[in-house]
Design a protein around this ligand. Structure first.
Ligand code: NAD
Length: 421
């Protein structure tokens, strides 16, 4: 029986396939095959009941050859070194494809955040930041939100980090974290950026295919930041949202679900279960939804050997990181289902994080239309670079083409700079 690949083994195999095909320089390949730094910290926090609990947190820095390490922090019970390593590596490819001067990193805490009170989450975040110490820094490694983390958590991280550095450096160190609240130096448009980027990619893809987005139907897994923004931003185009699933269950409505109304419902109930304008369905029925597009926007490992045969769509746009494993990829390709990969589709988040970082460094605050215009340009540029490589290799799959775009850029930089000593 074949062993189920870990998330990092998946990334390594995706990398190998592209590296073989493009004949990546053997020395550069050795360097990129491993993350640069891996930090694991165990830190104690006093809970509301007076007892101490020891938490485990991670930060993996894959590469900073293109610029400072950049990547989100995730709070989830499944967080472990292998997962963080995979997510950090994807960040390196993503920033390279988006052509921004940043590297790849990721981190998180192995925790069920819903099991803790807000004051506990604040203390956990502050103590984690303190434990990371100089692992992060405004021009070295810049965290951002990811699953179960948000602007509030970034604000606590910022405040704690600033308290640990000399007072004279504080005002010019706001860019140690992105995805902050606007009043603390966050950027307008960062909250919706990942969903907005997904929508720009879908728009361009429909233009390329001569399709009318207003006549397409889709369904979404995950209705958090990325899933709900994607839904809300697709709504004005008239695309029909047929089903949604999150950690509380799955729902469907053949006439379409109103993305804004569902968002307002989830804001109160914290889940899609029980939404009155739709009917409950099970996981398998959800996956079998007949639609044009499927947008996974929750966690990794959702489209696999078990689930890929169930999908009834033309195209998958990966809004989550790593939702499809290698077997899932292979089965979708066999079934003629096109897939646009995470490292292209969801790069809107890191692009606007980069804009936030730039605004902080320059003491500027851009308007929303400036952020959106610049984001659109970057997303379409990335899309076109991947499309060109796809054509160059004779209709290559989108994922491998995206890898080749990233690896070519990284290879050029290593060749120009050389290796010390
Ligand atoms: P989030 O915490 O805001 O939302 C996560 C969603 O996934 C929630 O709706 C949750 O209910 C759902 N979910 C969790 N477990 C599930 C399960 N077993 N089945 C179905 N749904 C489940 O997180 P987010 O920021 O929206 O991130 C979602 C994905 O997008 C992740 O893969 C993340 O790495 C990726 N991503 C996020 C950003 C960003 O800017 N936030 C950027 C790039 C990529």
């Amino acid at each position: 029986m074949s062993h189920k690949l870990s998330l990092y083994e998946n990334v390594s195999q995706q990398f190998s396939r592209a590296a073989d095909l493009m004949e990546l320089d053997a020395d550069v390949r050795k360097i990129l095959a491993k993350p640069m730094n891996e930090v694991s910290v165990n830190f104690p926090v006093k809970l509301d009941n007076g007892h101490i609990e020891v938490f485990t947190g991670y930060r993996v820095q894959h590469s900073n050859v293109l610029g400072p390490f950049k990547g989100g922090l995730r709070y989830h019970p499944m967080v472990n070194m292998d997962e963080v390593r995979a997510l950090a590596t994807w960040m390196t490819w993503k920033t390279a494809i988006a052509d921004i001067p940043m590297g790849g990193a990721k981190g998180g805490i192995q925790i069920s955040p819903h099991a803790y009170s807000m004051p506990e989450l604040e203390r956990i975040t502050r103590r984690f930041t303190f434990a990371l110490g100089n692992t992060i820094g405004p021009d070295y490694d810049i965290p951002a939100p990811d699953v179960n983390t948000n602007a509030q958590i970034m604000a606590w991280l910022l405040d704690t980090y600033l308290s640990t550095i000399p007072p004279a450096e504080r005002q010019r160190s706001l860019h140690v974290v992105t995805g902050k609240p606007i009043e603390l130096g966050g950027s307008v448009g960062r909250d919706k950026a990942t969903g907005q980027g997904v929508v720009y990619v879908i728009e361009q893809w429909t233009r390329d295919r001569g399709l009318d987005l207003g006549r397409l139907s889709y369904f979404v897994q995950g209705y958090g930041n990325v899933g709900s923004w994607t839904g809300r931003l697709l709504k004005p185009f008239g695309a029909r949202l047929l089903a949604v699933e999150d950690h509380t269950g799955a729902i469907t409505n053949a006439d379409g679900i109103d993305a804004d109304d569902l968002h307002a419902y989830v804001a109160v109930t914290h889940g899609v279960a029980g939404y009155p304008q739709a009917s409950a369905i099970n996981h398998e029925t959800f996956l079998r939804t007949q639609a044009d597009i499927f947008i996974p926007a929750a966690l990794e490992g959702q489209i696999t050997a078990d689930t890929a045969p169930l999908l009834n769509v033309q195209t998958v746009f990966e809004a989550a990181n790593g939702p499809t494993d290698l077997e899932g990829d292979r089965i979708l390709a066999e079934r003629g289902i096109e897939l646009l990969p995470d490292i292209l589709c969801n790069s809107g988040g890191v692009i606007v994080s980069y804009f936030e970082w730039l605004q902080n460094k320059r003491s500027e605050a851009w308007e929303l239309d400036e952020v959106d215009t610049k984001l659109r340009k970057r997303m379409l540029g990335a899309y076109q670079r991947v499309r060109n490589v796809q054509r160059e290799f004779g209709d290559l799959d989108w994922r491998t083409a995206a890898y080749i775009v990233a690896l070519r850029r990284l290879e050029r930089v290593y060749k120009d700079r050389g290796i010390f000593p």
